[in-house]
Design a protein. Structure first.
Length: 345
């Protein structure tokens, strides 16, 4: 007598048939949910590191405020009186020059009010020069010096820190001992001794000189990053395929330290503003006929009680530039923080 095989998969047992039917029912029941998840518009493609950094930065209110303030100061200072570099002069929208001597109007008092700028919004100095134009020129010089110092210090510090952290051994010992020697020398004292000689060759040479004295902290930071990254698996993989040391440094390790470098560069710019102000206040920075914010404060410190606006306006711009750059640095530090992996809705 032939045994009847139950319905289902041919040759299968009742238990196997039951399991097969249950699995089919489960797949059918789960299919709509799977389609719904796939069609959910909230599911997006993975974002790159650059996109995450940009989103974090623009969510930082202090950084946005600092960026807006710095852009405003840059536009105001460079478009108002124009740009003068040697024989090249690009005029701006402000009619007065920072070096033109005019007759004192209303005792040189500021004409700035809620209704408009007036003829001399920041007043005039004792010689009759327009103080708004002089302040804008001082802001230009201070910004140029600060950015050149930041760039030079960042490049030198990054190179020295990278070489010391990657090669180790004798190279690290020599570079780090040299760095320690530079750190032990008081920066302001060395800058004060040599600035009076260097500044006569122009503001760019003066700024490069300051940049060659302000790289030490970044060098130590970059060295620490390289010491950690050189032991990672991707570096070992690059070495195993025959990549040169230069390629490993610039193509594999350095891009992973760009966050630290950018943040340190912004802080170096802020410190350079204050260093240039201190040197110019001592009369060792920018030399006549040019001017800077620190030099304006030094020249008009005696007028603090009689005409305080001559001291007041350059001080406001110094504080504003330093604060805006610091706020940008804070935003970049938070944006590059690898621990902030979750996007806020």
């Amino acid at each position: 007598m032939t045994e009847k095989i139950p319905s289902g998969t041919p040759g299968s047992s009742p238990e196997l048939t039951s399991m097969t039917l249950e699995s089919q029912r489960t797949d059918i029941a789960d299919a709509p949910a799977t389609r719904a998840v796939t069609a959910d518009p909230k599911i997006t493609a993975a974002k790159s590191q650059g996109q995450l950094v940009r989103e974090r930065f623009f969510r930082h209110k202090g950084a946005l405020g600092g960026l807006t303030g710095l852009v405003f100061i840059l536009l105001l200072s460079f478009t108002s009186i124009g740009i003068s570099v040697g024989p090249l002069h690009i005029p701006g929208w402000w009619p007065h020059s920072f070096s033109s001597v005019m007759e004192l109007e209303d005792g040189g008092s500021p004409t700035l009010s809620w209704t408009g700028l007036g003829n001399h919004p920041f007043g005039q100095d004792t010689l009759g020069r327009d103080y708004f134009a002089m302040t804008m020129r001082g802001a230009q010089i201070s910004l140029i010096i600060a950015f050149v110092v930041g760039i030079v210090g960042t490049v030198v510090g990054t190179v020295i820190g990278a070489l010391a952290g990657y090669f180790r051994g004798m190279i690290e010992a020599v570079l780090m001992r040299f760095t320690d020697v530079i750190i032990t020398i008081p920066l302001l004292v060395v800058a004060a001794v040599l600035a009076s000689v260097v500044s006569q060759y122009g503001i760019v040479v003066f700024a490069v000189f300051l940049g060659l004295l302000t790289w030490t902290n970044l060098a130590r930071i970059v060295r620490g990053e390289f010491l950690s990254l050189r032991e990672k698996e991707f570096v070992e993989a690059a070495k195993s395929v025959g990549a040169s040391s230069g390629r490993i440094i610039f193509k594999h390790i350095l891009p992973n330290t760009v966050g630290v470098i950018i943040v340190s560069a912004t802080l170096a710019i802020s410190s350079a503003i204050l260093l240039e102000t201190a040197l110019s206040f001592l009369g060792l920075g920018v030399q006549p006929p040019d001017t800077s914010l620190g030099k304006l404060i030094n020249e008009n410190r005696a007028a603090m009680t009689t005409r305080p606006w001559l001291f007041f306006w350059p001080g406001i711009f110094i504080v504003a530039i330093a604060l805006t750059v610091n706020f940008i640095g804070d935003g970049l530090r938070d944006a590059f923080d690898p621990r902030q992996t979750r996007n806020k809705q």
